[in-house]
Design a protein around this ligand. Structure first.
Ligand SMILES: CC(C)(COP(=O)(O)OP(=O)(O)OC[C@H]1O[C@@H](n2cnc3c(N)ncnc32)[C@H](O)[C@@H]1OP(=O)(O)O)[C@@H](O)C(=O)NCCC(=O)NCCS
Length: 198
């Protein structure tokens, strides 16, 4: 789902959204062990030989903002976000960070449906590379999908960077089909792919 203000250039480059790269590289903040509003265990999983809980925290305080940004910028290095960029998104989107025990493992974004976008929500799950292929992405995706439905979404979309074959396969395995492919900026090499749940 294209973000508000986005427009396609004649080269297929989507403009109106790109944020400038921000200062120094992201560093993982200490995971926030607090269970604030929106927190909740989502599953028990085996991690490092121990059964522990996968839990999600709503992004809101400084620690969760830093951690969400860390995951986003590590997975999408070509589109780095500043802390203020993330704060801005918290005002628009439903965003969570996910932990296995006290360890940051991923994050989610739900861009809510609106009256003028055909009740379409965009759902994105992200898992740090070292924690992939153990079912966490599916759990985060299913949680975010449920949130989108609660918000009244009739149509579900996601967006994947074409240079991320794992993400594309994940989306297709979960029933998404490609609807659009575009570059965000002149000079970008990897297009973004919009997909819709069928
Ligand atoms: C897409 C993404 C979230 C998947 O995360 P993940 O934690 O690896 O997801 P899962 O573990 O649920 O599933 C991935 C694969 O691992 C497999 N798997 C799950 N549990 C497993 C286990 N215990 N042992 C072995 N394989 C397992 C799944 O069957 C799946 O296999 P497939 O690729 O052949 O379909 C992750 O690659 C990512 O963050 N990508 C960048 C962001 C992105 O593109 N997101 C997609 C938009 S929703």
């Amino acid at each position: 789902m294209r973000r508000p203000g986005a427009r396609r250039t004649s080269l297929g480059v989507r403009a109106g959204r790109a944020e400038p790269p921000t200062g120094p590289g992201a560093r993982p903040a200490a995971p926030n062990p607090d269970r604030g509003p929106g927190a909740g265990p989502t599953a028990l999983v085996v991690f490092a030989g121990r059964v522990t809980d996968l839990r999600s925290l709503a992004v809101g305080d400084d620690a969760t903002i830093r951690n969400w940004r860390f995951v986003h910028n590590l997975i999408i290095p070509g589109d780095p976000l500043s802390l203020d960029d993330v704060r801005d998104r918290v005002g628009r989107n439903r965003m969570e960070v996910a932990y296995l025990g006290e360890t940051l493992v991923g994050c989610t974004t739900v861009r809510p449906p609106t009256a003028d976008n055909g009740a379409t929500a965009t759902v994105i799950a992200r898992v740090l590379p070292e924690f992939r292929r153990r079912g966490l992405g599916t759990r985060l995706y299913e949680r975010a999908l449920a949130q989108a439905r609660e918000l009244g979404a009739q149509t579900i979309e996601t967006v994947v960077l074409a240079s991320n074959p794992d993400g594309l396969r994940f989306a297709e395995r979960h029933g998404f089909v490609e609807t659009d492919r575009y570059l965000l900026r002149e000079g970008d090499t990897a297009p973004w792919i919009d997909l819709r749940l069928t």
